[in-house]
Write a protein of this length. Structure first.
Length: 504
């Protein structure tokens, strides 16, 4: 099990296709100029309409809590380009106009309901992997037991700590209203905000929680950086305050906001990683997904992709059973099969899902056959959505002072990893088990983690291990061109004659 309780209390834990205009060249240049301006304005307006209004009809911005076993809706993305053609009696030209597309650029899945917020302000920090010309975000009441009322919200550039850059502050609306009430177990998108952002820019999303509400949050980890600031209850609306220093508490547990989308005209579909504490960075100051993003960011802009970390500590793929009780109600999040749609497939602009779950299932008591059946269900759901799915072999682990890893657990892990490698069920495989195994520098213990990669609990990689995982990823598996590696944090030499040393 990879579940650890936090210390302390307090509030913790598109529409029709665009018309293609074709007209013969005429001498009435003022009229043509006026038509061009009107057309451009119409295109921008399409993308900046409030998210709850489409084609003049009111629609709901709320999505229900995912239901285990329910097939997710088919993912859709806007066309990547449109063509405008102008002709004359002597020449013909074709111009390709880039199509702006919404893509998820940051994510933080809600894993638990903990603490109460009442008439308080929360400022979440989100570093987006993509740049673009507009931003929207999703507010979650997934774990709430009562309606969540957001009385005011702002979006701005972070100026470090709890501060924002005042000149960049935007008032945010929801369906055209400055406030919204979200029912328990549901979520809502903000309206798009016309705001130019750059890749790897940190945005500050400030919410005035007007109601008294159980806080939906992402719990992890003692090694995480500060990612949120929040006031004591009763302090009111400080969402537009430039610097909240002295009136807020810093925290590592993102509250309420679980996704940020960017409207962009370059780049490729986003990659969403659904994982557990290994992906979430438990016992590490670095996540392998962050290092993979660093590698991708060395590519030309039109080949870059966002890597979205949807890891939850203690998360399991399968729902709990009497013989396999999971931590789904104690910070471990909804089971992977249940949250796959909400955290991955229903997000805009997703082209690939990396599934890195299973070690907790085995520790909780699931068999290899049960876990493999769960993988098959996940693969079917992702394929039904028209998205590729990549499997990851489970990392070697051993007993530590808190968690016993039995010979039966190990036998199940070997069976599962062999199935992931050889079944052909996934669209691709990242074989990470041998990457972090103790098969370097003269050692050959494939079932144990390489000590210089071990955070100390014989399960979670440290920053050197997280870096090794990211560097070992073959770009072709993710349909990426060749890209540079980041400098390794530990020098290793594969042990000659140790078969697992070259298995990756």
């Amino acid at each position: 099990m990879t579940h650890y309780l936090p210390a302390g209390g307090g509030p913790a834990r598109g529409g029709p296709e665009r018309p293609i205009f074709a007209a013969r060249r005429q001498r009435n240049w003022p009229l043509l100029a006026l038509l061009a301006v009107v057309a451009a304005a119409a295109i921008v307006a399409v993308f900046l309409l409030p998210s709850s209004t489409v084609a003049g009809k009111q629609t709901t911005a709320l999505s229900s809590r995912p239901d285990p076993g329910t097939a997710p809706p088919k993912a859709t993305t806007a066309p990547t380009s449109s063509t405008s053609t102008s002709t004359s009696t002597s020449t013909s030209t074709t111009t390709v106009v880039p199509q702006a597309t919404w893509r998820i650029a940051w994510g933080s899945p809600m894993s638990w309901g903990y603490g109460v917020a009442s008439d308080a302000t929360v400022r979440d920090l989100a570093t987006v992997a993509l740049g673009g010309q507009a931003v929207k975000f999703r507010v979650s009441n997934l774990w709430g037991t009562s309606p969540l009322t957001i009385g005011a919200a702002t979006l701005a550039e972070s100026a470090g700590g709890s501060a924002i850059t005042p000149a960049t502050t935007h008032t945010v609306t929801f369906g055209g209203s400055p406030q919204i009430t979200i029912a328990p177990g549901q979520e809502a998108y903000s309206d798009p905000v016309a705001m130019t952002v750059t890749p790897n820019e940190t945005l500050a999303i400030s919410l005035w929680v007007q109601s008294t509400t159980l806080v939906s949050l992402h719990w992890c980890c003692k090694t995480s950086p500060t990612r949120v600031f929040f006031t004591p209850n009763g302090r009111g609306n400080l969402s537009s305050q430039a610097n909240m220093q002295g009136v807020v508490y810093p925290g590592t547990q993102i509250r309420f906001v679980d996704a940020v989308d960017v409207l962009e005209t370059t780049g490729q579909p986003s990659i969403v990683v659904v994982g557990d504490s290994i992906t979430d960075g438990y016992n590490s100051t670095l996540r392998w997904t962050h290092v993979l993003q660093q590698r991708i960011d060395t590519l030309p802009a039109d080949q870059q992709r966002a890597v979205i970390n949807e890891g939850i500590s203690a998360n399991a793929l399968l729902p709990p059973t009497p013989t396999s009780p999971t931590d789904d109600t104690k910070s471990g999040g909804l089971p992977g099969l249940s949250r796959l749609a909400n955290d991955a497939l229903n997000q805009p602009g997703v082209g690939e899902v990396i599934l890195f779950l299973g070690t907790n299932d085995l520790w909780f008591g699931s068999t290899a056959a049960q876990l493999i059946q769960g993988y098959q269900q996940a693969i079917a759901a992702v394929h039904k959505a028209g998205v590729r799915i990549i499997g990851v072999t489970l990392l070697p682990r051993a007993t530590d002072k808190d968690e016993y890893w039995s010979p039966a657990d190990q036998a199940n892990l070997v069976t599962v990893d062999n199935w992931i490698r050889t079944s052909g069920a996934f669209d691709g495989v990242l074989d990470m088990a041998p990457v972090v195994a103790d098969v370097y520098n003269g050692q050959c213990n494939p079932t144990a983690m390489f000590p210089p990669y071990d955070s100390g609990d014989h399960l979670h990689p440290n920053p050197a291990g997280q870096t090794a995982i990211a560097n070992a990823i073959n770009p072709q598996t993710l349909q990426l061109p060749a890209m540079a590696q980041v400098p390794p944090l530990v020098a290793v030499t594969p042990t000659p004659g140790c078969s697992s040393a070259n298995a990756a």
